[in-house]
Design a protein around this ligand. Structure first.
Ligand code: ZN
Length: 43
C-alpha cells in the first residue's frame, strides 16, 4: 500500500489495517494526514 499523496510505502498491521487512513477510498499515510490537509481536501 502506498500513500496517494507522497507515494511512500504505508506500513500495514497484521489485520491489514494501514498506518494511516483512507480518504475517499485512497490511502493516506499518517504523516500526510497531519501535514497535507490541503491536498487531502482535493482528493
Ligand atoms: Zn504520505
Amino acid at each position: 500500500m502506498k500513500c496517494t499523496i507522497c507515494k511512500k510505502k504505508i506500513e500495514e498491521t497484521f489485520l491489514e489495517k494501514i498506518k494511516g487512513t483512507y480518504v475517499k477510498g485512497k490511502a493516506v499515510c499518517n504523516e500526510c494526514q497531519k501535514t497535507q490537509t490541503d491536498k487531502i481536501k482535493e482528493l
